[in-house]
Design a binder for this molecule. Sequence first.
Ligand code: MSP
Length: 520
Amino acid sequence: MKSFYLTTPIYYVNDAPHIGHAYTTVAGDVLTRWHRQRGESVWFLTGTDEHGQKVMRTAEQNSVAPQAWVDKLVADAWKPNWEALNIANDDFIRTTEPRHTERVQKFLQSLKDSGHIYAGKYEGPYCVGCEEFKLPGDLIDADGEKLCPIHSKPIELVNENNWFFKLSEFAQPLIDHYKNNPEACQPESARNEVVSFLEGGVSDLSISRSTFDWGIPVPWDTDQVVYVWFDALLNYATAVGLTDAPDSEGGKKFAATWPADVHLVGKDILRFHAVIWPAMLMAAGIEIPKKVFAHGWLLVGGEKMSKSKLTGIAPSDITDHFGVDAFRYYFLRAIPFGSDGSFSWEDMSARYTSELANDFGNLASRLAAMIEKYCGGKVPAVAKDAALAESLQITVDKADAAMVALDFQGGINAVMDYCKQVNGFVTIKEPWILAKDPANQAVLEEVLYNTAEALRALAVLLHPVMPATTEILWESLGAKEALGEIGKQEISNVATWGQLPQGATVTKTPVLFPRLEVKE
Ligand code: MSP
């Protein structure tokens, strides 16, 4: 059976990660965890983009050889960052690994052999920040100087003899593809942009560079290195065995993963993924990815947050204060996936307190405290509140449809609305008043069972978003012992009411979302 295969961009290792990078990778992690909980086989790839002038120059500025520079940043900054954010990737590809470089060379040679590559001369503007050959219309004019609109920095003029890929041949097939398969590029605004770009005409692409050597040598012309984007895009396929013989391990992996189901990218790199990448695959006769999804930017002062503009915020600046799970939750909950969003400390504090600490965390701690106090710390007899049970099913259906459509905000909202409903249920039933009269014990136990059962479902549904916190809740409900690992609970089974067995031991949780320290 083919796995659900999701990728993030591979990040440039010219610097340490910031929250823009984390935004994409967390989204990928949440989506793949969701798919795993749908019972699907999943493959989740992330990694680092290590060649090219941008990385090479940063290494030079730091007086370190490029390989030593990338080795250090990957080991000290990138991998620990993903671990700290609880990212459960299945593989991590680095473009300097032989498994990648060898397959890139094989792939390139095959395109050359099949007549898709020819010698030419490139003369024009290049932005090292984007690592992109720019079209004159892409640039902004500042007092006669041409700037890259993304980096607000001057472009450089390149004049080189290079190898070219016949990209122009694939413009029409790609237009047809996106018209026939609208789901292949999303959201709709991104698809429209790609189609109009293609309709405007596409030139062939220079796919090698000859003025520096930090890259993969072109196999038949080793004075040149492969253009960094041509090298980088291939990671999605080299990581799962592209070009390996079908009966080899790599070949089998390729058959079990390819085509990728979703390439998650920021909108800044949409064209590479929706134009160049599928054209490369079409030229090689390989199936193209099922979907490229372009999300928006995290903005600071109205501009794309970036390290090069010194507006980058390290994930740890936020997680030190709010915790990892609140970080994972906040950006997906607050910003519709596909739109830009401004990060604001105040908005994050407000949501943390009202949604996570009050609505969710308090419900969990109140329930555990009441079961301890009124039921001797044991889950009471199974009971079913029809309204809660029914709206749980509606919640699961809504959340599942939204999540698989990458509408994280819609999915999380559906679950948090249910959380509100459960809070309303507890408020109306007033178990603390019921507890005053022993004659109400049976009713009291029903209320507590229903609340516990709703919390069981909330823990499972929020697990992909907040794995660590929901695990604590899961254990506190006695669910781990009774029902097994939380990550193994299937979404399709969440709404089956009555899973927590009578007698399961409930223990008080540590506070799931502690009160925030006042920031000086
Ligand atoms: N190395 C290329 C990608 C190659 S993929 C074959 C690259 N790397 S990058 O380090 O610049 O990171 C790009 C990705 O990081 C963006 O596409 C986006 O997913 C994420 N983001 C970087 N800055 C961001 C924001 N300010 N906001 C949201 N996402 C951001 O491009």
